[in-house]
Design a binder for this molecule. Structure first.
Ligand code: SF4
Length: 337
């Protein structure tokens, strides 16, 4: 197996790499927060959240001692809320051990929400452990360099790609090398129309040599997306209060707040009275495995309706103090129009 030129990659990174706040930090807490935020989130979108989150929870102890509601509120808008819940859970566990992070990726992986990728990132960036962080960008670069036909979405390929990636590290500084490799995937070896002409590894890239960049990485499974249609109700009582409740901690949008809602074909007749409740809009929201169509209704609380358990009344002005899923924040914008 050939090893692409490390010096060319590092030189490119020194000239073109972005100056991102977590890159200059050797603090495992800061690195951990940045990695969790950047899962499923682009750097540009995640950066303000990272800064806001660290301002609100500057230390591991401040995160561990905060109520979950505060953590979810700080996470509002980022989606994939299991990340925030696990961050909070793991912070509590680490704080019970005097806030000392394990130094190896194997030990880090035993904490909630710290998967193989995040564990390697913390171990390599904070402690210089000699491992390569196999994120989506690195998968793409490696599969193109070697024009590798193994599907990156197959669990059996993961070990293969990890061994391949770890073999590239050699004597390079793990923190700098990983950052450079990830940055190459993010800025040059992009999913569509990679900028091969300016790539420091263009001379050895098999996909570029054969013009087959779009064929890699190989994905074997295609995600079958289901559809759900849900009706959401913004209902005001006679005092002008609206009804919300907190969702269970596990499952979709766990621990966040919601409005009364029903599958669109199971709406009770009391909520279909057009004289008091009107549809004010609808939109779609995509999840990893399904798409939700949200129909938004607004009106007066019907007297006869049997409100599901757990709802309580709040002043509409105070809604912004509760953590809602992004989809419902969009619904509120429709309602306020
Ligand atoms: S030459 Fe093109 S396809 Fe190959 S690693 Fe560089 S950017 Fe990616």
């Amino acid at each position: 197996m050939f090893i692409p030129d490390q010096r060319a990659l590092l030189k490119w990174y020194q000239q073109e790499g972005r100056n991102l706040p977590w890159r200059s930090s050797g603090d495992p807490y800061v690195i951990w927060v940045s990695e969790i935020i950047l899962q499923q989130t682009r750097v540009k979108q995640g950066l303000p959240y990272f800064e806001r989150f660290l301002k609100r929870f500057p230390t591991l102890a401040s995160l561990a001692n905060a109520p979950l509601d505060d953590v979810l509120k700080a996470w509002e808008g980022l989606g994939y809320y299991a990340r925030a819940r696990n961050l909070h859970k793991a912070a509590k566990l680490l704080n019970e051990q005097n806030g000392v992070f394990p130094r190896s990726y194997q030990q880090l992986e035993t904490y909630p929400g710290i998967g193989p990728y995040t564990a390697r990132a913390i171990a390599a960036f904070a402690y210089g452990e000699k491992v390569v962080v196999l994120d989506g960008n690195v998968f793409r670069v490696i599969s193109r360099i070697y024009a590798d036909p193994f599907g990156i979405d197959l669990p059996s390929s993961r070990k293969y790609y990890q061994t391949l990636a770890d073999g590239l590290l050699g004597k390079a500084n793990p923190s700098e090398y990983n950052q450079a490799l990830m940055e190459l995937g993010a800025l040059v070896c992009k999913p569509k129309q990679p900028d091969c002409e300016i790539c420091p590894w263009a001379k050895v890239c098999r996909a570029y040599a054969t013009g087959t960049m779009d064929d890699f990485p190989v994905k074997t499974k295609s995600i079958a997306r289901g559809k759900k249609h849900v009706a959401w109700f913004y209902l005001l009582n006679e005092s002008g209060k609206v009804f919300i409740r907190r969702r269970p901690n596990s499952g979709l949008w766990g621990g966040l707040y919601e409005l009364p809602n029903y599958p669109a074909d199971q709406v009770p007749p009391e909520l279909k009275k057009k004289s008091i409740i009107k549809k004010v809009g609808s939109f779609r929201h995509a999840f990893t495995h399904f798409e939700m169509e949200l129909s938004i209704y607004q009106g007066k609380l019907p007297k006869q309706w049997n409100m599901p358990e757990g709802f309580f009344e709040v002043d509409p002005e105070s809604l912004n103090t509760y953590a809602f899923p992004t989809a419902l924040l969009n619904a509120f914008q429709i309602i306020r129009k």
